[in-house]
Design a protein. Structure first.
Length: 280
């Protein structure tokens, strides 16, 4: 009979285990590790999430990480993930636990040392990922209750992006379509302005963030910004022509029609992205 056996427990809810095929995995589940010792058989009905480790280096890295994080923060992160999944109605990829517990623990340590990081993408996250950001603000309240620290909105933005990036898709083709569409839109911009784009710039990152949001949006966006749309269109005619090409591409390739407000945001991002290159 194939059994999963304990390698090391980190607290009552998190452990490193080994399958009958000698694959090492991190298991998460309420009370899954309670009272267990190395080589004990794991009750698989208690497994809520499993995270497969691809190499010995990965095993060593994650064991070192989990050993360095207080037990209370492991439980805190598990609580936040469960809260976020319930509020967002999604299932996260198993890997969210490792990335999020590392981030939250480091953020708490920074706070206690009087340091807090600024989030250059906070405005975009608040605008484009409103649901995830709202849940991340709820996560900050959980952190305050459990750890007695008050993290700022920038940290809510960082946590929100963990929620965005770790949502599993029911259709693996979605990720392929998104990647292709982003690449095609960037190609349109490069060809229209006949320039290379700085992929390490903040403007580039913001533009990619905007495209991802646009492709995954679920709510209809209103047309209340027609006045501003016309102003920007008049002020940046070359940018407007480029975005018209993007509009045609999206309509022909994906059957997506851009509203004036969507055109406006594309114009602002494309102008910011290309202005940097033209000013060099």
């Amino acid at each position: 009979m194939a059994n999963i056996r304990v390698v090391k427990t980190f607290n009552n809810n998190v452990m490193l285990a080994k399958t009958s095929k000698h694959e090492e995995i991190i298991l998460i589940g309420k009370g899954i590790a309670y009272g267990l010792k190395p080589n004990d058989i794991v009750d698989e009905t208690r497994i809520e999430k499993r995270f497969k480790l691809d190499s010995k280096e990965a095993v060593n890295h994650y064991v070192e990480l989990l050993n360095s994080i207080p037990e209370s923060r492991l439980d805190l992160t598990k609580k936040i993930i469960e809260y976020a999944e319930k509020e967002l109605g999604v299932t996260f990829h198993e890997s969210i636990f490792i990335g999020l517990v590392d981030h939250i623990s480091y953020a708490i340590d920074r706070y206690k040392e009087g340091q807090q990081m600024s989030n250059a993408l906070l405005w975009e996250i608040q605008r484009f990922y409103q649901k995830e950001y709202k849940v991340a603000k709820g996560a900050l309240k959980i952190i305050e209750e459990e750890e007695h620290v008050i993290l700022n909105d920038d940290e809510a933005g960082f946590i929100a992006m963990h929620f965005v990036n770790e949502q599993t898709s029911d259709n693996s083709q979605d990720a392929i379509m998104t990647a292709k569409t982003i690449n095609d839109i960037l190609t349109i911009v490069r060809m229209h302005f006949k320039m290379d784009l700085d992929e390490n710039s903040m403007a580039y990152t913001r533009f990619i963030t905007h495209i991802r949001y646009f492709l995954h949006r679920t709510q209809t966006i209103s047309n209340e910004d027609d006045f501003l749309f016309n102003q920007v269109k008049t002020k940046y005619p070359e940018t407007y022509e480029c975005v018209k090409r993007i509009r045609v591409y999206l309509l022909e390739s994906l059957d997506i029609s851009l509203t004036n407000e969507e055109m406006l945001y594309f114009m602002l991002h494309v102008h910011r992205l290309t202005q940097r290159e033209r000013s060099k």
